[in-house]
Design a protein around this ligand. Sequence first.
Ligand SMILES: *[C@@H]1O[C@H](CO)[C@@H](O)[C@H](O)[C@H]1NC(C)=O
Ligand SMILES: *[C@@H]1O[C@H](CO)[C@@H](O)[C@H](O)[C@H]1NC(C)=O
Length: 353
Amino acid sequence: MESLSRVQLALFLFLLCPANIISLWWAVGSPLVMDPNSICRKTKRLAGKQAQLCQTEPEIVSEVAKGARLGVRECQFQFRNRRWNCTIHNKYFRKILQQDIRETAFVYAITSAGVTHTVTQACSMGELLQCGCDRSRNHSPPLPGVGTRMEGTAWEWGGCGDDVDFGYEKSKQFMDARRKKGKSDIRTLVDLHNNEAGRLAVKNYMRTECKCHGLSGSCTLRTCWKKMPNLREVGTRLLDRFNGAFKVMGGNNGKSLIPVGQNIKPPDKHDLVYSANSPDFCLPNRKTGSPGTRGRTCNSTALDVSGCDLLCCGRGYREQTVVVEENCLCRFHWCCVVQCKKCTIRSQLSLCL
Ligand SMILES: *[C@@H]1O[C@H](CO)[C@@H](O)[C@H](O)[C@H]1NC(C)=O
Ligand SMILES: *[C@@H]1O[C@H](CO)[C@@H](O)[C@H](O)[C@H]1NC(C)=O
């Protein structure tokens, strides 16, 4: 295995470990008082930038881990109705990370995006000593977009802008660690490209937000700042890129990726790329990393990927009645109790055979 994916594998293994730093982080509530050793122990064997980050900026490493976890969670949301649903708590996920298929591209991009986002957010919230708000005055002026009524109003950059460049750099340092020396192979190029696409899905989609100042809403002055898109938006955008991902192969110089097929425009830096075809994810297969779709919940009326036909790969499905207990017929009693009855609700689930 190449060291690039070893770094990320270490990170994912770490995410899988129940007694990890993240739970400690939640328990203690501050990244500044947690013990960085457990994540850093896993990456210790890896020379280079992570090891350095681990030693000098452990609190950033804990944000990195949190960001990767949020990225995986977003992946699970975006893929919830698909054959491959981004479940990491099984033996198949490791295999996915070692390939160069579209799904791998998405995982790499969304985790790099999650790290960029989370580190940047931590800066804005004042949780890190190394960074804070973006107070740069060097941005170009906000566009007088529809509804913003910027025309004729004085404005200045102010407030607490998101310092996305900081999060971008930390994500790059941690996620892009290459083998120190050695020729770059196509998988490294593909992984680096997708990591960058993920970071750019945050960095290049900053919004301008403004606030009015002046007597009774007169808005004689506005202060404006840059805000990141939320992670859901980033995930949705990357899912679009997943759907339009480019198949590539290595160029002759060993440094470039060229699209496979004729008359295809080359991928730009926002696109996801892959070099191997995905399995169909219908049946369990350790070799391809497919957990199969048996037992998955499908939608018997939908015609898209969540529909039983596609999700169950034509094997059919069975209906199962599930009984859920819910509060109902609630009444308000003066003062101040709400009393409810318990009702049982039956609903039908369709499960793939
Ligand atoms: C995702 O798929 C796995 C098996 O492939 C299944 O066990 C799990 O329940 C699924 N998760 C969701 C949220 O549907
Ligand atoms: C199933 O699919 C139908 C048609 O696309 C949709 O209206 C419905 O909300 C879906 N049900 C669930 C539980 O997602």
